[in-house]
Design a protein around this ligand. Structure first.
Ligand SMILES: Nc1nc2c(ncn2[C@@H]2O[C@H](COP(=O)(O)OP(=O)(O)O)[C@@H](O)[C@H]2O)c(=O)[nH]1
Ligand SMILES: [Mg+2]
Length: 238
């Protein structure tokens, strides 16, 4: 039997405190034919150098260094393209800050056999959002409600950035035609998946608050994100 090839895409910006331990945990899962791809935006804290060193020692680790147009969204897209070019069957994306626990990767891979997209979901039975302070939680509730209403995507966790795609999905949704450059990319891709008629399954995850390092999300990014959702909804016609 031919083993499916899995690529795990991890966008990073200033994650020196997390990235090494995260990669170790991912590789310790011993999933056959898995490659971890860190997509670093020239982090001033030297995240890229750390991963360069790890990649030298371990062929299961790759790194892409981006020098222009910094952004979580664009970095993810470059990672997806790299995975497709290298023959990936399944493509997972996740954050580097341990909010997304690698222990759920086997669940994503189990369900991707029967679905086009599998989301790690905080809002199905067994899932939980252990995220941050009260203010941030309130903002998240409203942002999610807005995004869900705007997009009409039939899933509970529309902003989950921990998920797995079959390669055919990413080949079909035209990664060159994305509006988002920031975090709204997560919902934009999901919206395109809905328009494409792909099946989406949600498997529960407990989302942990970032343990180390700092979030890049601030109020200005949040407002831009909500505006982006409005914009791409208009631009991607049904
Ligand atoms: N390559 C790249 N990664 C980014 C950028 N901004 C954030 N990230 C990464 O995207 C993931 C989520 O960002 P984070 O700051 O944790 O956002 P939060 O989870 O909403 O607080 C983390 O792995 C970050 O390192 C960026 O501009 N470029
Ligand atoms: Mg985070």
């Amino acid at each position: 039997m031919i083993m499916p090839k899995t690529y795990v895409i991890i966008p990073t910006y200033n994650e020196t405190e997390n990235i090494k331990a995260l990669l170790e945990q991912i590789l310790a899962l011993n999933i056959p034919d898995l490659t971890a791809v860190v997509v670093d935006d020239n982090s001033p804290d030297g995240t890229g150098d750390i991963v360069d060193q790890l990649a030298k020692e371990n062929p299961k680790i790759s790194v892409l260094h981006r020098h222009q147009n910094r952004g979580r969204g664009l970095a993810g897209i470059d990672g997806f393209k790299f995975a497709l070019k290298n023959g990936a069957d399944y493509i997972i994306e996740m954050d580097a800050d341990f909010s997304h626990d690698p222990k759920y990767i086997p669940d994503l891979l189990k369900h991707i056999k029967n679905h086009d997209i599998v989301l790690g979901s905080r809002f199905v039975a067994g899932g939980e959002d252990m995220d941050r302070g009260l203010m941030r939680k309130i903002i998240t509730v409203f942002a999610r409600l807005y995004i869900k209403t705007m997009l009409g995507v039939p899933v509970k966790d529309v902003t989950s950035g921990f998920r797995c795609f079959r390669k055919g999905v990413l080949e079909e949704i035209d990664l060159n035609n994305m509006v988002s450059i920031g975090p709204s990319i997560v919902s934009e891709i999901l919206y395109k998946c809905k328009l494409g008629g792909f099946t989406i399954y949600e498997t529960p995850i407990v989302f942990e608050d970032r343990k180390k390092g700092e979030t890049k999300l601030n109020f200005s990014i949040l407002l831009k994100t909500l505006y982006m959702v409005y914009l791409f909804k208009r631009l991607h016609k049904t």
